[in-house]
Design a protein around this ligand. Structure first.
Ligand SMILES: N[C@H](CCC[C@H](N)C(=O)O)C(=O)O
Length: 266
């Protein structure tokens, strides 16, 4: 039997497993089975906390479709709560510094990458105003914050068909590693409303890296300046980034319950 914690960041939910003591052979198939909300435990992402010789802990991230990915902002905020202290975390996207704040955490998410081949895109283009469109959506922005994001700024989020456009764009060959699809509306000074169709997980209640990428895109487009509140369906994050600097993400982290499971059954 193995222990796990059920946690979430603004409703983006996780099964978190402490793999520092028990070596667990995680495969895409096993991750999908654990994440399954009907035949498994159920989560948007499966998180493995392991040992690291470069940081306090390592973190591996698996989407509910089984794909292993580089970054997950909401899960990163849960790590200090899970470990019980501020931590330096080694991820596929680099070393992330996560510090506990009241009710959650503040994380240095590093510098965004803005060049077409760092997103990545299949061919060279301007990433600030991409010369591409999907149906009625306006020209987007592309940003990599450890994982790939495309951001559409629209006048009315309520008029967007996320379930149709999300997967269409996620799987477009322009994005060789697929992409997280962000639909954003400026709703006030330094205030963005955001809905995210996540790569490998679909619509989620919140996406931390999506909020980071969208705030970076909004600063680059001069739509906001300074610390920005990003309101997702599950709640608010505050993202602070200026060109040439690191992205600081601050927001809630929640521990729901602990459980036990026989991992051999998955
Ligand atoms: N779906 C993302 C990983 C989870 C990101 C999201 N849950 C967050 O809080 O950043 C990807 O495939 O890159």
């Amino acid at each position: 039997m193995g222990r796990f914690s059920k946690m979430h960041g603004l409703g983006n939910d996780f099964v978190v497993i402490d793999a520092r003591e028990t070596a667990l052979d995680m495969t895409a198939t096993r991750a999908m089975a654990i994440a399954d909300r009907h035949a498994g435990i159920g989560c948007d992402q499966l998180i493995l906390i392991g040992n690291s010789d470069r940081a306090d802990v390592s973190m591996r991230i698996f989407n509910s479709d089984g794909s292993e990915v580089e970054a997950c902002g909401n899960a990163t905020r849960c790590v200090p709560l899970f470990v019980g202290r501020d931590v330096l975390i080694e991820t596929k996207a680099g070393l992330l510094d996560a510090k506990t704040v009241d009710g959650g955490a503040s994380v240095d998410m590093g510098e965004p990458r803005l060049e077409w081949d760092a997103i990545p895109l299949s061919y060279a283009m301007d990433t600030l105003t991409m010369p591409v469109s999907w149906e009625e959506l306006p020209a987007p922005v592309a940003v990599n914050v450890g994982n790939p994001h495309v951001i559409f700024f629209v006048d009315d989020l309520d008029g967007v068909n996320f379930d149709r456009l999300g997967p269409l764009i996620e799987h477009d060959p322009l994005f060789p590693a697929r992409v997280n699809v962000n639909f954003a509306q400026i709703i006030g000074e330094n205030h963005i409303r955001l809905v995210v169709w996540e790569r490998g997980a679909g619509l989620t209640r919140a996406c931390g890296t999506g909020a980071c990428a969208t705030a970076v895109a909004a600063v680059r487009r001069k739509l906001v300046s300074g610390p920005t509140t990003v309101s997702l369906p599950g709640g608010d994050l505050v993202i602070d980034w200026a060109p040439g600097g690191h992205i600081m993400m601050t927001g809630p982290a929640t521990h729901v319950f602990d459980g036990e499971a026989d991992w051999a059954r998955f």
